[in-house]
Structure formats: structure tokens, C-alpha cells
Ligand binder design. Structure first.
Ligand code: ADP
Ligand code: MG
Length: 552
């Protein structure tokens, strides 16, 4: 029918505008290279901040001691303690806990956020085992991984330039985030020194280097996106300090804020940006990172619903809700339950029962999304941590839940962000797509033909993001002259990648890797290695504390 043709036309036009042919990607890489030079030349010389990290020495692998780290990323933060063994021993012990940030704290006050973090840290320190106690008279030291743009003033201080990724806490902008954290630590009487403030990209770079001395850059693809790399200090005109002994300085590019006329921006991207918390900012990030991909898909679908009656005569109301295609499951509600648990167990029992029932009746997850941990591990954890298990009630609750989750498919759909789940649907009737459309957008009876179009939309958006990320990496390699192979040189360059998008969104990762190969050509591609630096940012912060410890 005419309407179907119109829908297909909208899809094709979108695909066209999102196109990233190799020629375009080369232009993007060249523009990245140019902006990198400009950002290094002078403060404010480019949209790329090219922030000086004050890290001029990366780990050697010989670091030693007990250290804490705190990793504040997008939606969760993690607290870690790491035991570094010294020469050739690597990490000999490590414990961590993940806590999700209640959404109201993401746009509240600085005090509220840092008090919440300090409290979680104090609780974690309280659970320290024998082997992790610091020697008598020695203060605990913390590396603070803070994944937002910070103008560093030293290795352990820096002021917040702006928030990104859905955070917006006005009174923290311009403040020293270490001072803010320290204030909250003192308030609750936790004796701990913040010895290093690092961006997650820098942490990932340091963590990567600890294991592999060929690591020269790090890229994060998670809720947001960013990159860091090792620059020669004398190639940084805006650096007026001493040239460090190593001759190197690590640069936090803040590449999420990159923009160029060569970027394939569509009307949907423009509208997303205009309605975002940070209009005009983080344009590269809004094309690439996990927080935004599903939202772009939603906007394109909405257009098809409005202009081509794609889902029938009326536009499904849920399709109008921004960010309804969630980028990640959160632990939020369960944690609230857990927190309350200490005060009033009966209330908690009742609450969790009704919660689980509601969650189940809406096919488990989408209403109150759970954790990013695999469910089989996660559920027992929640239940045990709820101190419920002694009662027969909780036992039946547990059985009820495990029954509800016997279907693998459902289990997987529950822990995978909506867009990724739909994009990876391999069933012949695109069952997962149908399930997500019904469960999240409340659109039932979708035909296979419609579901295929939805998958195509996901593919267009993810492919564009992955290919642009590859172009960004090529830009860095160009800047440091490692994009081509010099005669007689077989120097390997390793790029450490981390973040949930890279780690879990298989189609995105595969596309990024193949595009980078394509851009480099066979010969150069052999010298460039992309390595998944699992969880580098937390360990990296601990490593940087080791080299900046007050007890050295
Ligand atoms: P942060 O960036 O907040 O530090 P992560 O590195 O864990 O956190 O990245 C979270 C992002 O990773 C989410 O926004 C989501 O887009 C993506 N992600 C997480 N799990 C998956 C998954 N199973 N499939 C696809 N994408 C995922
Ligand atoms: Mg992170």
C-alpha cells in the first residue's frame, strides 16, 4: 500500500543520510587529527579539549601495595580494592562492589551525590577482610576515576568543566571534584586520602599498559564515549610546565565533544541534540555511544508511525516517550528495597513480593529493569542480600522467580538493552523484536515485515556509530604517525577498549573492528591491535595511586 511505501521511503532516506562510506570516514579521521592539533595548541583552540592529565608515567607492571579505587561512570559506580603484588606478580587480590546511582541524584546537588558515594565507600571499607587492612599508622589511599570532563590542576585535583551523559548537577560545575569527595568523606569520618583523580580513559590506558607495554591509547564505548592517548610532551604547545623525564604526557581527548561538517547528522540527531540536557555539546558522543543509540531508533520509528501510519492509524503513545528504549538495565529498584531492608523487614517483604509480581506479569523486566549481571548469578545475590532467605516466604519467592526465569530467551532479553536485544534477534519470526515492541512500546500484533524494518533501523544506527568510532581511532593513529608502516619498522600499537557497548554489543564491536581494518589496509592493520581492557579503569586508578602514593 501507499503507506507501506512511505514507511520504506522514510527508512531508505534515513539510511542514506546515515551513510558512512570510506571516503567520508577518512574525512572524519582527518578532521579529528586537525582538531587534535588545535586542541593541543591552545586552551579553547578546539571543540576537543585535549585535557592534560598530569600522568607522565604509565604503569610498568611492578606496582605494589593495597589501594582503593572508585569508578564513577554513567549510571553505576564501582568501589574496588586492589592488592598489587610488585614485580611480575600483577594483581594478587581484588574485590569490588557495584552500586547504581539513583536517578534523582544525577540532577540534584553536589553534596547529595558525593555524600551518597562516600556512604557506599564507607560501607565497602567496612567489609574489608584481614588481608586488606592497611599497615598500622598508614592511611588508606584512593584513586578516583571520574568519567566527566575535568580540567586537572595536578594528579590529585581538578575542576569539573561540565556534566555529560544525563548528569546535570549545577553546583558541582567549576568545583574541584576531589575536594567535594574529600568533604563528604570527612563528614562521615572515613579516613582516606584521594591520591589520584583520573578520567576513565586514562585509567583504562594505565590498566592496559600494566599488562601490555605496547598500549598507546584507550577508547571507552559505554554510556558515553571518549579516548586518551600518549602524546610527546613537546608536541603540546599549551603545556608550559617542565618536560617530564619520560618525555610523555597522557592526554584525555574528550572526543565525545568532537564535531565536524563531515559527520552524517540527520534530522533525528538534530532533534535529539536540541532536546537533550546539553544541546550543541557532545555531538560525536550522541552519534556513537550507548546512551543515545536506542533513542535515535525511537525517533526514526516515531516518524514512521506519524507519517506513514507504520503501526496503524494511531501513533502508539509510548513511542513518544524519550529514552523509552533503555540503554541498560538498572539495579535501582532492588537496591532501594535492599536499603530499606535494614529498617523494616516486613515492609520490605511485602514490597518485594508485589514488585516481583508486577515485574513478572509484565514479562519480568522492562518495567523495573534489573541488573547488568547475568540473572542466574544476580538473583540469588539479591535474595540472599535481602536477609529474607530464612523465612519460608522468601523461599517460595525464590522458587517463583527461578520458575519465571527458566526460559533462556527471556533471561537474556531481561539483561540486554532493548536495541541490542532486537538487533541480535536470530529467531526466524523475530520473536524478541515482537516481545520488546509489545512490552516496552505496547504495540501488539506486529508483522514479521514490520519487525524486519525495526531490525534494519537498529542496524543503520549501530553501523553508523561503530564506523564513526573506527574513524576516530584512525584519527588518533594519524596524529601520532602510527597509521602507516614505516620501512623496516614493525612496531605494534595496541589500543585498549572498554565499556559496555564495546564489550556486549557484538554487532557494534565486529563492525568497528572490520571498519578499522578496512581503513588501515592490510599491511598497517597487522601492526594495530584492539584489545579489550576488561575493567581497566578501576585497576588503572589504583595503579596510578601506586605511583603517586604518599608512602613512596
Ligand atoms: P559506563 O559507561 O556508565 O561506565 P558501561 O561501560 O558499563 O558503563 O556501559 C554501559 C553501556 O553499555 C550501556 O549504556 C549500554 O549501551 C551498553 N551495554 C551494556 N550492556 C549491553 C548489552 N548486553 N548489549 C548491548 N549494549 C550493552
Ligand atoms: Mg565506565
Amino acid at each position: 500500500s501507499g503507506k507501506w511505501a512511505r514507511a520504506v521511503a522514510i527508512l531508505k532516506e534515513f539510511e542514506d543520510k546515515c551513510g558512512t562510506p570510506i571516503v567520508k570516514l577518512r574525512q572524519v579521521a582527518d578532521a579529528m587529527d586537525v582538531e587534535m592539533h588545535a586542541g593541543l595548541a591552545s586552551e579553547g583552540g578546539s571543540k576537543l579539549n585535549m585535557l592534560i592529565s598530569f600522568v607522565d608515567n604509565l604503569p610498568t607492571g611492578d606496582e605494589e601495595g593495597l589501594f582503593y579505587a572508585l569508578d564513577l561512570g554513567g549510571t553505576n559506580f564501582r568501589v574496588l580494592r586492589v592488592h598489587l603484588g610488585g614485580k611480575d606478580k600483577g594483581v594478587i587480590g581484588q574485590e569490588f562492589e557495584e552500586v547504581s546511582i539513583p536517578p534523582h541524584l544525577m540532577t540534584g546537588s553536589s553534596d547529595a551525590l558525593f555524600d551518597f558515594i562516600a556512604a557506599a565507600l564507607a560501607k565497602f571499607v567496612g567489609s574489608e577482610s584481614e588481608g586488606f587492612h592497611p599497615p598500622p599508622g598508614r592511611q588508606r589511599e584512593l584513586g578516583f576515576t571520574f568519567s566527566f570532563p575535568v580540567r586537572q590542576t595536578s594528579i590529585a585535583s581538578g575542576t569539573l568543566i561540565k556534566w555529560t551523559k544525563g548528569f546535570n548537577i549545577e553546583d558541582a560545575v567549576g568545583e574541584d571534584v576531589v575536594a567535594e569527595l574529600t568533604k563528604s568523606l570527612e563528614k562521615i569520618g572515613l579516613d582516606m586520602r584521594v591520591a589520584a583523580l583520573v578520567n576513565d580513559t586514562i585509567g583504562t590506558l594505565a590498566g592496559g599498559r600494566f599488562y601490555n607495554q605496547d598500549v598507546i591509547a584507550a577508547v571507552i564505548l559505554g554510556t558515553g564515549t571518549n579516548a586518551a592517548y600518549v602524546e610527546r610532551a613537546h608536541a603540546i604547545p599549551k603545556w608550559h610546565g617542565l618536560i617530564p623525564k619520560s618525555g610523555d604526557m597522557v592526554i584525555n581527548m574528550e572526543w565525545g565533544n568532537f564535531r565536524s561538517s563531515h559527520l552524517p547528522l540527520t534530522e533525528y540527531d538534530q532533534a535529539l541534540d536540541a532536546e537533550s540536557l546539553n544541546p550543541g555539546e557532545q555531538i560525536f558522543e550522541k552519534l556513537i555511544s550507548g546512551m543515545y543509540l536506542g533513542e535515535i531508533v525511537r525517533r526514526a520509528l516515531l516518524k514512521m508511525a506519524e507519517e506513514a501510519d507504520f503501526f496503524g492509524d494511531t501513533v502508539p503513545p509510548k513511542l513518544k516517550v524519550p529514552f523509552i528504549l533503555r540503554d541498560r538495565p538498572t539495579l535501582f529498584l532492588l537496591q532501594q528495597i535492599e536499603n530499606k531492608c535494614e529498617c523494616d523487614q516486613t515492609a520490605v517483604l511485602l514490597k518485594s513480593a508485589s514488585f516481583f509480581q508486577r515485574a513478572h506479569s509484565s514479562s519480568i523486566i522492562s518495567k523495573f529493569q534489573l541488573s547488568s549481571e547475568p540473572l542466574p548469578l544476580f538473583f540469588p545475590y539479591v535474595l540472599f542480600s535481602l536477609p529474607l532467605l530464612q523465612s519460608s516466604f522468601s523461599l517460595s519467592l525464590f522458587l517463583f522467580l527461578s520458575n519465571a526465569l527458566t526460559q533462556d530467551e527471556e533471561r537474556k532479553a531481561a539483561v540486554t538493552p532493548d536495541m541490542s536485544a532486537m538487533h541480535h534477534d536470530t529467531s526466524s519470526d523475530l520473536r524478541v523484536v515482537g516481545y520488546k515492541l509489545k512490552d516496552i512500546l505496547e504495540i501488539s500484533n506486529t508483522s514479521l515485515k514490520m519487525r524486519k524494518i525495526v531490525v534494519e533501523l537498529c542496524d543503520i544506527v549501530a553501523t553508523r556509530g561503530a564506523r564513526l568510532a573506527a574513524a576516530g581511532i584512525l584519527g588518533i593513529l594519524k596524529k601520532i604517525g602510527r597509521d602507516t608502516v614505516k620501512v623496516g619498522e614493525k612496531q605494534k600499537s595496541v589500543i585498549a577498549l572498554d565499556g559496555g557497548l564495546f564489550e556486549h554489543y557484538t554487532k557494534f564491536r565486529v563492525c568497528l573492528e572490520s571498519t578499522l581494518k578496512e581503513l588501515l589496509g592490510v599491511e598497517a592493520a597487522e601492526t594495530i591491535v584492539i584489545e579489550h581492557a576488561n575493567d581497566g579503569s578501576g585497576i588503572g586508578a589504583a595503579l596510578l595511586v601506586a605511583s603517586n602514593s604518599q608512602y613512596l
